[in-house]
Design a protein around this ligand. Structure first.
Ligand code: NAP
Ligand code: GLV
Length: 309
């Protein structure tokens, strides 16, 4: 097959090289090299400008080299009948679990407070709670959320989840529906967002939800920036509900220099690094998908466009 590959990342050359190395049965082109747009069978793209797919009249699949697909599923999405496939890479889930666990432990064991004390040469010890007394809720119990829950449970935290459809997971209370979300927030010392961005989840992290949180709660958003209503967070932080936020994703990335989030004392900003796509394992999944498309076999990890994820 003829495959168009466009990786808009710092390590794009690694991705293209790895794809060419592994996809021996297919011809891989980058956008500048496309011979004839109508001959492209599949596109491997993260985010595309308007008109990117123009003329690709024989496109059979769009493969996203990441987990989130909101950038390609809007109402103006091209080719409504062409399947969109996502990565469901266990390594990405593990990387996300490491990120969330490191943020939770840093907060729980008050390392920020000790860093601050060190700058002032203060020797003062503070008590911390047992993990079994800390309630952590994960919004989104998919590929990433389930792995995060497993890591947190391993340490002994109390873990609950929220998903669209019911789930039975050992030791984890998973609830569904909006009333359950609000009561879950009431018992969340840490609230972690790992939802896909869809019309139903956009702006979900808002004042109404923050009002339910206990004093001193921590918010972690590692999903998409548009889940969060930033002005609501800023006023909620003033009231201490949540008391702190760790944000890895932003509506506009890179985060603009004028954003108040950069310098807010209760906000930690990381530059969308919670779980980077892995070129080796990611390309393995992409090649597996290309082979299945080529062979006309049933595809895996196909996005449901109506749900948006
Ligand atoms: P996933 O496997 O599709 O799981 C999504 C979860 O969210 C599912 O449990 C789903 O419920 C739930 N959900 C969706 N809509 C919902 C709604 N309206 N109400 C309640 N629950 C809802 O996704 P994933 O692979 O875990 O990835 C999640 C997101 O993380 C991605 O979409 C992406 O935006 C983000 N991400 C961020 C990074 C980073 O580095 N910061 C890296 C990778 C991904 P059901 O189980 O019932 O379907
Ligand atoms: C990263 O944010 C992803 O969706 O894979």
């Amino acid at each position: 097959m003829l495959v168009l590959a466009d990786f808009p990342w710092e390590n794009a050359a690694d991705w293209t090289g790895e794809l060419r190395r592994q996809a021996t049965m297919h011809q891989i082109y980058v956008p500048a090299e496309i011979p004839d747009r109508a001959s492209i069978d599949a596109a491997v793209v993260w985010k595309v400008p308007v008109g990117f797919f123009d003329g690709m009249t024989n496109l059979r699949a769009i493969i996203v080299p990441g987990a989130g697909v909101d950038q390609l599923t809007g109402s103006d999405a091209p080719f409504p009948d062409v399947p969109i496939l996502r990565l469901a890479d266990p390594i990405m889930a593990t990387r996300m679990a490491e990120y969330i666990l490191s943020v939770v432990l840093d907060h729980h064991r008050q390392l920020g407070r000790y860093r601050d004390q060190q700058h002032r040469m203060v020797w003062a010890r503070h008590f911390h709670r047992d993990p079994a007394d800390i309630r952590i809720s994960i919004l989104g119990m998919g590929v990433l959320g389930k792995k995060v829950a497993e890591y947190l449970r391993m340490i002994g935290y109390q873990v609950a989840g929220w998903s669209r459809t019911p789930k039975t997971l050992p030791g984890i209370d998973v609830v569904t529906g909006e009333p359950a979300l609000l009561s879950l927030a009431e018992r969340s010392d840490v609230l972690v967002c790992l939802l896909p961005l869809t019309p139903a989840t956009r702006g979900l992290l808002d004042q109404r939800l923050f009002d339910q949180l206990p004093e001193d709660a921590l918010l972690i958003n590692a999903a998409r920036g548009a889940h969060l209503v930033v002005p609501d967070l800023l006023s909620a932080l003033d009231r201490g509900k949540p008391a702190a936020a760790v944000l890895d994703v932003f509506d506009q990335e890179p985060l603009p220099s004028e954003s108040p989030l950069w310098c807010h004392p209760a906000v930690t900003v990381t530059p969308h690094i919670a779980s980077l796509s892995n070129p080796i394992t990611g390309v393995q999944q992409i090649v597996r998908a290309l082979d299945k498309i080529d062979a006309g076999e049933p595809l895996e990890h196909v996005v449901d466009r109506r749900r948006g994820y």
